[in-house]
Design a protein around this ligand. Structure first.
Ligand code: RAM
Length: 350
């Protein structure tokens, strides 16, 4: 990455940029609650910490970036690291990997959940077996994980997408949402907040439909085509998924609707660069998914070592990202979303 988004996007959450010495003084992933102290005494000793990353699905550049961040943090923590996951973003596809991680006695599991409840039994069995569970990107219900690493709050994501689409369509007309899977905790929360924000802020914009591309490129592409066909008056599409946004942009860039129907949402700069350059999209938003992986891995290290137990007010170091504090309901916030456009996209490489 040429420019670290964490400097601009995560500034809200970063209170101190202080490198900590993560010395080996761990109580080795035994799964007990730990001391709950926040003295930042260090992570697990080398060899004691094993971290498994389980994204919604494999093959998504967004989660590939999270893996880079988590893997770098694991190396810094002296942890053994692996990524596993299903090819399709389904809860059933995730359960077997959760069971395996528990059976293997992995000390921590980082999960982007495909459903808030369907993977809970498996996660709680893993926790009973001593594995710390950190959700990131897409949460489960709070009683089946130790911490949730939240990229940005739902209201902030709703506002950035709402303001972008409003500006792009002149604050009036029909808008549709092209989402990920119907059960995704993150997109569902963001979409609800988006509709509420738009209804309250832009009375002349109507959100007419929400369709699901399941975070599959072809399905998202096809859903874009049907949205345009069935809604001749459509003025804009908002896609709060990196897979959906890139697929919709690819469809639009080669259609008569290019320049007529606005498109924005959440995307990675590398996937969206050509569509910013060819004028299909003028601006979109995201946070740094690499930083999200980094933060999740450091949080896991702090839980396993017993530096924190996930209680509100616990603090821990996330290496170069600085120090973070656990908020209400075991949520740790990375920061604010960031807007990419033609003027700044060249500064980013992820
Ligand atoms: C996709 C996934 C992920 C989401 C991003 C914005 O990559 O659905 O969960 O956070 O989009």
């Amino acid at each position: 990455m040429k420019f670290s988004l964490k400097r601009v996007a995560a500034g809200v959450a970063v209170t101190t940029v202080a490198a900590m010495t993560l010395a080996g003084c761990a109580d080795t992933g035994s799964g007990d609650g730990g001391s709950g102290s926040d003295d930042g005494g260090g992570a697990a000793a080398s060899g004691d910490l094993s971290i498994t990353l389980l994204p919604k699905n494999l093959g998504n550049p967004y989660f590939d970036a999270s893996e880079v961040g988590a893997s770098d943090a694991a190396e810094d923590l002296g942890a053994e690291f692996e990524q596993v996951g299903p090819t399709e973003a389904t809860p059933d596809g995730q359960v077997s990997y959760i069971n395996t991680a528990a059976q293997q006695g992995r000390s921590a599991l980082l999960v982007a959940a495909n459903d808030p409840n369907a993977i809970c039994d498996a996660l709680n069995e893993a926790r009973d077996a001593g594995t710390k569970v950190v959700t990131f990107d897409s949460d489960t219900s709070a009683d089946c994980r130790d911490l949730f690493i939240n990229q940005a709050d739902a209201e902030g994501i709703a506002k950035v997408q709402g303001d972008l689409i409003a500006e792009q369509i002149g604050e009036e007309g029909e808008v549709a949402i092209l989402s990920a899977t119907a059960n995704a905790t993150n997109q569902n929360a963001w979409n609800e907040a988006f509709i509420q924000y738009v209804n309250e802020t832009y009375p002349d914009i109507e959100v007419i439909d929400t369709v699901y591309g399941d975070d599959e490129d072809q399905k998202s592409f096809d859903q874009t085509a049907s949205l345009l066909q069935s809604n001749p008056d459509l003025k804009g599409i908002v896609s709060p998924t990196t897979v959906g946004l890139a697929a919709a942009a690819r469809y639009l860039s080669d259609s008569n609707a290019k320049g007529e129907v606005a498109l924005t949402g959440l995307g990675t700069p590398n996937q969206m660069r050509e569509f910013i350059e060819d004028g299909t999209v003028t601006a979109f938003a995201l946070w740094n998914p690499e930083d999200l992986g980094t933060l999740a891995a450091y949080a896991a290290g702090a839980l396993v070592s017993g530096d924190i137990d996930g209680a509100e007010g616990d603090t821990f170091s996330a290496g170069g990202l600085g120090e973070f504090t656990v908020g209400a309901d075991g949520v740790v916030l990375l920061g604010d979303p960031f807007v990419f456009d033609a003027d700044n996209i060249g500064d980013f490489d992820f």
